[in-house]
Design a binder for this molecule. Structure first.
Ligand code: IPE
Ligand code: IPE
Ligand code: MG
Length: 252
């Protein structure tokens, strides 16, 4: 049913430039702290890096960009910071959607929306509908997203659709996961120096190349992105096979 193949079922096509880049935008708070600014100033500056990254992806003809903006665990932060992040998100939706639409970007939002108020949910829906028919970059923003939530939510959706199921296979589940419209990410980037996944795309990252950099998200510019892409180009993506098999694809 899915449009794209599963990396565990068949070897996907590989290109020099990744088709899908997924990013954990981390380090905003530390960026601000270094400058004796409140943490929220870091989030504000982080938005500039988002704009630059979107432009870079359009320019480089990268088809899918997925950004982790707020995790299902980020509710544990101080209430003032959570409130600020929510209003920043709402503001960004209001201000940026028109520009994204003009740039032919398809905007998608993934995560558990039930936690958001009706106004925000409505704005999210409108933004998606407005850009749905575009043909350029697909920009996915993960808000109140968790990798485990994604899998459990998909299982529940599947059970609702097919009550009599006794056993499932991968292909039954994948249409219900958060991003059936995108191939699995080729490249994962985490800024901010931590080397963990923090409950981001657990299922979808099965064979993704992981890139970690200590650059803080507000400092992540075109040159930093280029360094990540260079690292990606040097990887040998084997998907379980041997190096020799890559040189001669038909050798067994
Ligand atoms: C990432 O930056 C943004 C969000 C999680 C919303 P942080 O706010 O986690 O920044 P650090 O990790 O504290 O520096
Ligand atoms: C991950 O960053 C979530 C986002 C960037 C949205 P965190 O800063 O919340 O991750 P941990 O808590 O350090 O693992
Ligand atoms: Mg952090």
């Amino acid at each position: 049913m899915g449009l794209f193949s599963s990396s565990t079922k068949e070897v996907p096509p590989i290109q020099e430039v990744p088709q899908h880049v997924a990013v954990i935008m981390d380090g905003n708070g530390r960026w601000a702290k270094k400058r004796f600014l409140p943490r929220v100033a870091g989030h504000q500056r982080g938005l500039e890096s988002v704009r630059a990254m979107v432009k870079a992806c359009v320019r480089l003809d990268i088809k899918y960009l997925t950004l982790f903006a707020f995790s299902s665990e980020n509710w544990r932060r101080p209430p003032e910071e959570v409130t600020f992040l929510m209003s920043l998100f709402l503001e960004a939706l209001d201000r940026e959607v028109k520009k994204l639409h003009e740039a032919n970007v398809i905007l998608k939002l993934i995560g558990d929306r039930s936690a958001f108020n009706a106004t925000l949910q409505q704005k999210m829906l409108e933004a998606e509908q407005k850009t749905a028919a575009n043909t350029g970059l697909t920009l996915t923003i993960a808000v109140n997203y968790g990798g485990r939530w994604d899998v459990v939510h998909a299982v529940n959706q599947l059970l609702q659709a097919q009550l009599d199921l006794k056993q499932i296979q991968e292909s039954d589940l994948t249409p219900y996961l958060s991003m059936p419209y995108a191939p699995e990410p080729d490249l994962f980037i985490r800024t901010g120096g931590e080397t963990r996944i923090s409950n981001f795309l657990l299922w979808q990252l099965a064979y993704t190349e992981l890139y970690f950099t200590s650059t803080l998200w507000p400092d992540f510019d075109d040159a930093a992105f280029e360094a990540a892409l260079t690292s990606y180009r040097q990887r040998e993506r084997r998907f379980g096979r041997t190096s020799e098999q890559l040189v001669e694809p038909n050798a067994s």
